[in-house]
Design a protein. Structure first.
Length: 296
């Protein structure tokens, strides 16, 4: 191939097509468990999570919830991936193998929210959320049916492989993915670029700004107990029966079971199999959606 502005433009177009193919073909689950927030600054403050949203009968004056009292900030991070293609590869028409590399780059970009979001579950026992407690903790402040403060746990204990029950039916999700600047493929292929003039290389790269954080702890429950019917039901019941500060029952129900690959077989038998114990009907079949994530 003759290397000139026109051929480099065509080459970029081909690489960009492969990049976008990787973006579109990635198998993703993070949208099920996290709400996407379009960030407008260096960070976002989720102080509005201080109290679970809810209506009350209007008697007397309005009761104003002060959302400025809390401060839970998620700061955006910058991520990049860069590839160099030598001029000789282009001249000798050996650039064809780069298509799959750019497709993988696009796939990696698509997987970033997956990695950030589900990675938060793994770190939930040691990372704080909006109430300044660990996301999975034994002493969150909750409320009873009268609206009085009580201690609430969203960790079932245990010492084995962790698994998680989530309520993802609410507009506010257990987790947050915020995007400040989306990823796109860029190039440095002009002869005036130092990499071309001094190193005889054409540079292609992508970068973007994003991060993930915790939403409402009330919508998530962790367990390190054996994944069986009894422990699943215990975690499921722990999600229900919660109240907000007005004493209203929170409409929480388990919708998703998230497990690592090492628990996939047990999870499928627990919530996907229609028959168990040699022919008995499985009452847990289909009760929740199953997500298997390598990032937890």
């Amino acid at each position: 191939m003759q290397v000139n502005a026109s051929s480099l433009k065509d080459l970029y177009s081909g690489f960009n097509t492969s990049f976008n193919k990787g973006l579109k073909t990635a198998k993703l689950n993070w949208q099920q468990v996290a709400m996407k927030v379009n960030s407008t600054g260096a960070s976002e403050n989720y102080s509005w999570l201080v109290d679970f949203p809810g209506l009350r009968e209007w008697l007397g004056d309005r009761i104003v919830k002060d959302l400025s009292a809390g401060r839970y900030v998620v700061t955006n991070k910058t991520f990049e991936d860069t590839i160099a293609v030598s001029r000789e590869k282009i001249e000798d028409d050996q650039y064809g193998t780069y298509g799959v590399i750019f497709e993988q780059m696009g796939n990696n970009v698509a997987q970033l929210p997956e990695k950030l979001v589900f990675g938060l579950l793994k770190k939930g026992e040691t990372t704080k959320c909006y109430d300044d407690q660990y996301f999975f903790d034994s002493d969150h402040q909750g409320f009873d049916a009268s609206g009085s403060p009580i201690t609430v746990s969203n960790h079932m204990g245990g010492s084995g492989t962790p698994w998680y029950l989530l309520d993802c039916s609410q507009p506010v999700k257990p987790l947050v993915y915020q995007e400040r600047r989306p990823f796109e493929l860029m190039s440095r292929t002009d002869i005036t670029n130092d990499n071309v003039f001094f190193q005889n290389k054409y540079i292609y790269g992508t970068d973007g700004r994003a991060n993930a954080g915790y939403g409402l702890w009330q919508l998530a429950c962790a367990s390190k107990n054996v994944l069986n019917a009894a422990n699943f039901k215990a975690a499921r019941y722990a999600l229900t029966g919660q109240y907000n500060s007005a004493g209203d029952t929170l409409p929480i129900r388990a919708t998703h079971l998230v497990v690592p690959p090492t628990l996939e077989d047990e999870a499928r038998e627990l919530v996907n199999a229609t028959l168990i114990n040699g022919g008995e009907s499985n009452i847990l079949s289909g009760i929740v959606d199953l997500i298997v994530s390598p990032y937890i």
